[in-house]
Design a protein around this ligand. Structure first.
Ligand code: FRU
Length: 536
């Protein structure tokens, strides 16, 4: 038999949801049992999963089988692209950001494949179009010339193939001449117990819009690692390519796996790194790598590490470590520091601009949270603003990208003696100088507000969103600051978010903030100087 004749017996391609290819079996998940041929109805059928199972022994021509699998994947992808068409239309919602990237419908999570290629920026994101739920992920695709105006492009990757049918998971891009290469994790679940199978896969494009999948380039797991192994970042190092992967060791300790390659196609395992950090969470997700001012850095999302303080109850952390790569490419890691001390910042990715800046964006949201007020209108989560990273005098500095100045529509002078002022908008930027003991309320209405306050006794900045419409997640963040007379803040506000850059970018706090539509007032108590205010 051939795979195509199996598909025919199963009611044709329009009756096939997915084809799975574990070990000795071929599993066809179908829509309608009645469309199966009478012969197949006798075949092993799993009623709960709606799956027909064949033994691989029925396949006569093994070489043809591989290419037929890809062919079937392309047909399923065509169907999936058609099915999502109605979900590409943005739903209206009072929480929809004015200037941040949010999904038209459904759930957005990690940014993916963030790169400058052939004269424009490409940004993909993890997307489940059909609901505010973490199910089989797609790669949505946007392009931009200026990092401000983004153009929706055809969805780049769908969960259509035997190697990624339960999610085209996160990954990065490589720009090689006129080819745009996407490395991602193919996520597959097998049988009732949903055994996880992960492989690292490649898809390429020559027009930057339409992608051809090539299947797994790393089909196996690194030695001693569980199937929690994902999110490839590919970098050039010492005349060869390295692939960094977030991984979980078999004793459930998070680590970084590294593979190497000469040609980006054939990969060999190099090392499992991170022992010098000890027991540092049960899984590390979404690595990134870059160099700032001659210092190499690796970004990781360690899950389950100790929280900086008791108001932080979330397992999912983000952070950056200094990395020392030896000749072979093995990394030594040190000096973990959070990239963001707010509520919502996870799975960041960065790119280098043509003028050499390192720009980062992240998922402004967290795993496990799927019930925000916007979910009532069928969409959830957004990406953070783009920030530029630099490193000087031992300090990591993060500042909003200069391109954002284009969004400044109107400069507003706030009356010095009025404690409260209505901006009549939630899309604005503030530059503020605050003395210890001061407090600033934002997104304020009669029903609620969000507060930033400076506690003099403990020299701690508190970011408090307990008086908002938030349904899930922590409501208080605290950050001890170095001793100073005053604290400088640059605040970027959008309809349902606040991002606070502290002391010229020495720390950042990002937050989803849901308040009433008329919560457009700002008010202050104590010594709080609004130095600049721009409406966006
Ligand atoms: C991080 C993450 C990644 C994974 C993706 C799936 O948020 O869990 O590790 O690839 O999301 O959507």
């Amino acid at each position: 038999m051939s795979l195509l004749s199996i598909i025919k017996e199963c009611g044709g391609i329009s009756n096939v949801v997915r084809v799975l290819n574990p070990d000795s079996r071929i599993i066809i998940e179908i829509l309608d049992f009645d469309l199966l041929s009478s012969q197949v109805k006798q075949q092993a059928y799993n009623l709960q999963l709606k799956q027909v199972t064949y033994s691989k022994n029925v396949i006569e021509n093994k070489d043809e089988f591989e290419s037929q699998l890809l062919q079937v994947g392309r047909l399923i992808a065509q169907q999936q692209l058609q099915d999502i068409t109605p979900y590409i239309k943005p739903v209206e919602c009072e929480y929809r950001p004015d200037w941040h990237i949010s999904p038209p419908q459904g759930l957005l999570n990690d940014p993916n494949g963030f790169i400058y290629h052939q004269g424009q920026y490409h940004l993909f994101y993890q997307w489940y179009p059909y609901a505010c739920a973490h199910k089989d992920k797609y790669w949505a695709h946007l392009t931009s010339k200026d990092l401000i105006n983004w153009q929706w492009q055809p969805v780049a990757l769908t969960p259509s193939d035997w190697f990624d049918s339960h999610g085209v998971f996160s990954g990065h891009a490589v720009s090689q001449d006129d080819e745009l290469m996407l490395f991602y994790t193919g996520n597959v679940r097998i049988d009732e117990q949903r055994d996880r199978h992960t492989t690292q896969c490649l898809a390429t494009s020559t027009d930057g819009i339409h992608f051809t999948k090539h299947g797994p380039v790393v089909p196996e797991l690194p030695p001693g690692v569980t199937p929690h192994c994902r999110d490839p970042k590919v970098i050039r190092h010492n005349d060869r390519w390295l692939m960094l992967l977030g991984a979980q060791r078999e004793d459930e300790i998070g680590r970084l796996a590294i593979y190497q390659s000469e040609d980006l196609k054939t990969w060999t395992f190099l090392a499992l790194c991170g022992d010098e950090l000890g027991d540092f969470g049960y899984m590390w997700e979404c690595p990134d790598f870059f160099t700032l001012n001659k210092q190499d850095f690796i970004v990781i999302g360690p899950q389950g590490i100790e929280s900086p303080n008791k108001s932080h109850t979330v397992a999912h952390h983000n952070g950056i470590v200094k990395a020392t790569l030896d000749e072979s490419g093995k990394a030594l890691l040190s000096d973990f520091q959070h990239l963001d001390y707010g509520f919502d910042f996870y799975a960041p990715q960065s790119l280098q601009t043509p003028d050499g800046r390192r720009i980062m964006t992240a998922w402004m949201g967290l795993p496990d949270e799927v019930d925000h007020p916007s979910s009532d209108n069928g969409w959830i989560h957004q990406l953070t603003t783009f920030r530029e990273l630099s490193y000087a005098n031992g300090k990591l500095i993060q500042t909003p990208i200069k391109e954002l100045e284009k969004l400044r529509r109107e400069h507003v002078v706030l009356p010095q003696d009025e404690p409260s002022f209505d901006l009549e908008s939630k899309a604005f930027e503030l530059k503020v100088s605050m003395e210890w003991g001061g407090a600033l309320r934002l997104h304020q209405s009669d029903q609620g507000y969000c507060e930033i306050r400076l506690d003099k006794a403990t020299q701690t900045l508190f970011f408090d969103r307990s008086n908002t419409l938030l349904r899930e997640g922590d409501t208080l963040r605290e950050l001890a600051l170095p001793h100073s007379d005053s604290v400088q803040l640059q605040i970027l506000s959008d309809t349902s978010s606040l991002e606070v850059f502290i002391n010229n970018g020495e720390a950042v706090m990002s937050a989803r903030v849901f308040t009433a539509k008329d919560a457009t007032k700002i008010s202050r108590a104590g010594e709080v100087d609004i130095l600049d205010c721009w409406l966006y």
